[in-house]
Design a protein around this ligand. Structure first.
Ligand code: FEO
Ligand code: CA
Ligand code: CA
Ligand code: CA
Length: 603
């Protein structure tokens, strides 16, 4: 029995052994099985939008499930027989999605398909009764695709700013589309937040200003090539200079309202947003925790000016959907409590036995006004990284998912890795990022002062220093014996179960500890605290995303992102999830890799 603080009873499983990289299979514990719920290309609105990678069109793709799902939630309705699946579709990989284009027209259409395969999806699920596996409903009333071409609105202090105006939107209030949607979070009021992460790779820009340099915008042809079919992706062109400023935001969608435009919240700042997760403070304020996933970038939180209205009434929901439009934005500054010479850069513990200390949330914006000398509020929000540089925020090892624990309020930060730490000209190890060449990543636990989410002070400690303890002496599992845990590297997405345990999914293990990526459970309280146990492993080249744990039903969902990504069209690396003959197309199944959402249930 796993000890937690959530009140629920965690389900039992025998941890799986780590699976060597290149195994093209989903591995689950004995007594469990997995089934796909929905795959890239599955039709959402009409069965006639059949999937065929040899003849995809943008029009069809915009009506099908998109590519490379990252954030996932399965929101179950009261009757237990219906649910809403919400997924991010982060990016595409043309080299394994389609055959090489036969001519220029086909090449351009593949670029349009790529745009349509990005964004988000909302899909209705159903099942005969509680405990059955879920099936998705073609033509569900709330089914929805959001793509790189969906009309949206800006909210918050920078909406209407000159920095957001383009020739197509002279008001600077109506951005079009979302992409690079990585992790996210479902809010206490039932909407979903999605982080626009690596938006810079979609643009060709001048790349010469300090702002462009800080956000990685450059004059090179974009990674996706969309500028060939849509002029706004060439931000060197007159009228489109500000188009890149319209990405890098937190997007809120209401999955119950398929006709409502998604909202980009400028109050939450512009960065390479991994995601955002909200808790409600004792005082009733909405507090969003957010990471900027880049080496040496920062950890942020937003505190709403207005208070949350509990309940499911239409009025409460409408009010709560305005909470992220006005508030205070902070960036984290960490201090360690051990002498600097005890932080050796290897990950060896300092003499007080832990990497820990205190910290401060430094204000960048207070209730909609700039808190950074020399920056207007628009500059703080559009060029948030520069504002955070100016206040001396702590450089982190790539904050991925950041989530407050629903019962304890402690905040967990997955720092996935930072192989540049300690390199010539780069910052070296600090107590909160204690390894140079941090290949395997770590997880930080933050306790807000007085356990108040709105506090500007906090305490912190490192929960896990990841790695394979059989080959790395400097791993740490909250003091749990390292020879009794599953090896784990590159923590990325996180969630909690009803017993209060932390679940961690990984992205990058094949390149570090040589195992396929997976999903792990970690108790946070009691004698088992820090005991990492592996629940599943994804197929070759894949990243484990989502994850969603319905442990009261013994059920887990993950989004399998980029299976077979190192392959080529003519030599695919993965046949997940259908595993039929290479290249074959039968009854909606394909003999090639398809990013998919899967459900794991007791056999
Ligand atoms: Fe899309 Fe930071 O992972
Ligand atoms: Ca210490
Ligand atoms: Ca991620
Ligand atoms: Ca990732």
């Amino acid at each position: 029995q796993v000890v937690g603080r959530g009140g629920g009873r965690a389900f039992g499983f025998e941890p799986i052994a780590a699976v060597p990289a290149e195994v093209d299979a989903v591995t689950v514990p004995q007594g469990f099985r997995w089934t796909p719920i929905i795959r890239w290309g599955d039709p959402l609105f009409d069965r006639r939008d059949t999937f065929d990678p040899n003849s995809q069109t943008a029009q069809k793709q915009a009506r099908q499930f998109g590519y490379n799902n990252d954030y996932l939630d399965i929101i179950v309705e009261k009757n237990g027989r219906e649910a809403l699946l919400v997924a991010n579709q982060e990016y595409t990989n043309a080299g394994i999605m389609f055959p090489p284009a036969a001519d220029e027209e086909e090449r351009l259409e593949q670029l349009r398909v790529s745009k349509a395969a990005h964004g988000m999806a909302v899909v209705e699920l159903e099942r005969g009764r509680k405990g059955d596996t879920w099936k998705y409903r073609v033509g569900g009333r709330r089914n929805r695709r959001i793509t790189a071409d969906t009309r949206m609105v800006f909210s918050g202090p920078a909406a209407g700013s000159d920095l957001l105006k383009t020739v197509e939107d002279p008001e600077g209030r109506y951005p079009v589309g979302t992409f690079g949607n990585c992790a996210g979070g479902t809010t206490p009021w039932g909407t979903v937040l999605s982080g626009e992460e690596n938006f810079n790779g979609y643009f060709r820009a001048t790349g010469t200003s300090p702002e462009h340099k800080r956000y990685g915008l450059s004059a090179n042809a974009s990674s996706y090539g969309w500028e060939a079919v849509d002029p706004r992706f060439d931000a060197r062109q007159p009228g489109y200079e500000n188009e890149p400023n319209r990405f890098g935001w937190i997007v809120e969608i209401d999955p119950e309202n398929p006709d409502e435009p998604p909202v980009k919240h400028t109050a939450l700042g512009r960065l390479k947003h991994e995601g955002a997760n909200v808790s409600i403070s004792r005082s009733g304020h909405a507090v969003a925790y957010m990471g900027d996933d880049e080496r040496f970038d920062y950890l942020y939180k937003f505190v709403s000016t207005d208070r949350y209205k509990p309940g499911n009434s239409r009025g409460a929901r409408a009010h709560n959907k305005t909470l992220l439009s006005k508030g205070s934005l902070y960036v984290a500054k960490f201090s360690g409590d051990s002498p600097l010479d005890e932080i050796t850069g290897t990950g060896a513990l300092p003499s007080d036995g832990s990497f820990d200390g205190s910290g401060e949330w430094v204000a960048l914006m207070r209730d909609g006004e700039s808190a950074v000398p020399g920056f207007t509020v628009e500059q703080v929000l559009v060029n948030t990284r520069l504002a955070a540089d100016a206040v001396g925020a702590t450089k982190m090892d790539r904050c991925e998912d950041v989530e407050p624990h629903p019962q304890t309020g402690r905040v967990y930060v997955a720092c996935t890795n930072n192989t540049d730490r300690g390199k010539v000209g780069k910052e070296g190890a600090t107590e909160v990022n204690p390894r140079n060449s941090n290949r395997d990543g770590h997880v930080i636990e933050i306790t807000e002062s007085h356990n108040d989410a709105t506090s500007t002070r906090f305490g912190w400690s490192i929960l896990l220093l990841c790695g394979d303890p059989s080959t790395n002496p400097n791993t740490y599992f909250a003091g749990f014996p390292a020879d009794k845990v599953s090896p784990i590297s590159c923590p990325d997405n996180i969630t909690f179960d009803s017993a209060g345990n932390l679940w961690i999914s990984t992205d990058g293990q094949p390149g570090t500890i040589g195992y396929n990526d997976g999903l792990f459970r970690v108790p946070l309280a009691g004698p088992e605290r820090g005991r990492v146990q592996q629940f599943l492993s994804v197929p070759r080249d894949g990243e484990t995303c989502g994850p969603v744990v319905h442990d009261e039903e013994g059920s887990v969902f993950v989004a399998v992102q980029h299976p077979g990504e190192e392959g080529r069209w003519a030599a695919q690396n993965s046949y997940f999830p259908d595993y039929i003959e290479p290249g074959a197309l039968r009854g909606g199944k394909w003999g090639g890799p398809r990013p998919s959402v899967i459900q794991v249930t007791r056999a």
